[in-house]
Design a protein around this ligand. Sequence first.
Ligand SMILES: [Fe+2]
Length: 269
Amino acid sequence: MEVKTKQPLLSDHVDMRLVAVDADDAISDRNAIVQLDPDHPGFRDREYRKHQVWKTIWTALEPAHRKHACAEYLASLRRLSFDPDRIPQLREVNEKVQAISGFRLEPVAGLVQPRVFLENLANGVFLCTQYIRHHSTPLYTPEPDVVHEIVGHGVTLASERLAKLNRLFGEAVKRTAAPDALERLSRVYWFTIEFGALREGESVKAYGTGLLSSAGEMKEMQDAELRPLDLEAASRQQYDPTHFQPVLYCAESFDGMYQRLRDYLVKWR
Ligand SMILES: [Fe+2]
C-alpha cells in the first residue's frame, strides 16, 4: 500500500495551510490513502478492521499513557472506560462527555476551515473527522483520524477544565477578525490543546491531544526542547505538523497552565 503525500494534507484542525489547499484535491488524495485491495479479506468487514486497528493502537497507548499522560487526562480516561477490544461509537463517547462538560463530538464529512472548527468550540461542539487510518499502518496516520479525535479530544473534553479552555478558544476566535490574529490563536491552540506538556513533580507529562493519541509522540516528547509556557511566544512560534514536534511549551503544573491559558483567552482582543 502506497501512502500518498504529494499534497499537503490537513495536519490538524487548526493547520492554517488548509486554507491554501484546493479542497477537491485534498479530498481525493485523502481517499487514496484508504483505498483497499478488493481481494483483501477484510474488505467487506469495515467494523472488524476498525476494531483490530483500535486494539493494536490501544496495546501501544496503554503503557505510554501510564508513563507520559498527566493526571487530569488519566482521570478522564477512567471516566470514559473504553473497551480495549472495540472502537467506541461516537454516540457512546458523547453520552459520557456531554454529562461531564456539555461538549459533543459531531462528525463531519471532508475538511473544515480552521475558523469554523474553532468557533464551534464556543458552543460545545467539536467537529470531528470520521476517517480512520489504514489497517496496514495501525500506528501511523498522515492526518488526524477518529482515533486522535476520540483518544485525544474526546477524553480531554471529559475534563471540565480542559473543556472550558476549548470553549474559551472558540469565544476568543469569535472576537477575532484579522487573519494574522486568527493564526496566532491557532498556534496557541496547537502548542497547548494539541501539544501541551506540563510538569508533575520531576516528570514531564502530556496534556496535549496530539501527544496523547500517539505513543511515538509521547516517547519523543522526552527529547523535545522544553520551553517555559509563554503564550505570547507560542503565538509566534512556527511549527511543522508533519514531524514529531521538536519544541514544546511546558507548564509548571496543570493548575498553572489552566489559569494562565484561561486568563490569556478571556483577555484576548
Ligand atoms: Fe487535534
